[in-house]
Design a binder for this molecule. Structure first.
Ligand SMILES: [Mg+2]
Length: 260
């Protein structure tokens, strides 16, 4: 898996061709380092300036595609003119888009009920953080002692079990998070396809991500002839054909993109 900056001459030739390029980024672990609490994962001034500059260029459409709720990721990034996708793409806004997946919306009250039950059951677990994002629920256990992680996972599975058995919800896992999501065939890959379609002119897609839920996004952009960039160590298992080590290197790539 080549390091993106090591093969930059060929990458820049690929990106220089098409009149428009759709640049998409996951947020946590991609644009910002993974930190103990989601609210302190802020963009550096440098990354913010570089994203703002790219968004101002005719060549690029810039989107952030996150597992966070839409309002949350919008508030964290807070750059006008971007497309934002929240809840792994179940809600999308900006660039003329205003989308909420209707079947996910119908389950909002059930997600709230699972959240309420789990808040009671996990109340004694230190460092647990429940984030009801409306259309999905994320239970963060990064600040929880490792001895609790099996118990936390079991509790989430047991509490969501009636909805999972009914085919309405599914459990997914990421970096020190377990999530309860609507059981829909809709993730970052579908969201990326939709964003690209809505652009109208089939821009070349590029997607940067670091986690499990980014993998179907990688598949979609590579099938469209674009670039998938995995953020993390080279030994990782990923379908992405390019790699960067860290959000710091993503920021360096942003600077290079602005000079294409
Ligand atoms: Mg991530």
């Amino acid at each position: 898996m080549p390091h993106l900056l090591n093969v930059w001459p060929s990458v820049s030739r690929l990106l220089a061709g098409p009149s428009r390029v759709l640049l998409m980024f996951d947020y946590d672990g991609t644009l910002t380092p993974i930190v103990a609490r989601p609210e302190i994962a802020t963009l550096t001034d440098e990354t913010r300036q570089r994203l703002t500059a790219l968004a101002g260029m005719d060549k690029f459409v810039v989107a952030v595609v996150s597992g966070r709720g839409l309002a949350d990721v919008k508030a964290m990034v807070n750059i006008p003119g971007l497309i934002y996708a929240g809840n792994h793409g179940l809600e999308i806004s900006g660039g003329g888009m205003d989308f909420v997946h209707p079947e996910a919306l119908a389950l909002e009250s059930s997600i709230a009920e699972v959240t309420r039950l789990l808040e009671g059951q996990l109340a004694e677990v230190p460092g647990i953080l429940m984030d009801n994002k409306g259309l999905t629920l994320t239970v963060h256990f990064r600040s929880t002692p490792g001895s609790y992680s099996v118990q936390v996972d079991d509790m989430v599975v047991a509490t969501a079990a009636p909805y999972v058995a009914a085919g309405q919800m599914k459990i997914t896992r990421g970096k020190k998070v377990v999530e309860v999501r609507p059981n829909l065939d809709w993730g970052k890959g579908k969201a990326i396809e939709k964003i690209r379609e809505d652009c109208g002119d089939s821009p070349l897609p590029v997607f940067f991500g670091d986690d499990e839920t980014d993998e179907d996004g990688f598949v979609v952009v590579q099938e469209a002839g674009g670039l998938a960039v995995f953020i993390g160590p080279t030994r990782s298992v990923t379908v992405a054909l390019h790699q960067l080590e860290s959000p710091t290197e993503v920021s360096q790539a942003l600077a290079l993109l602005a000079n294409l």
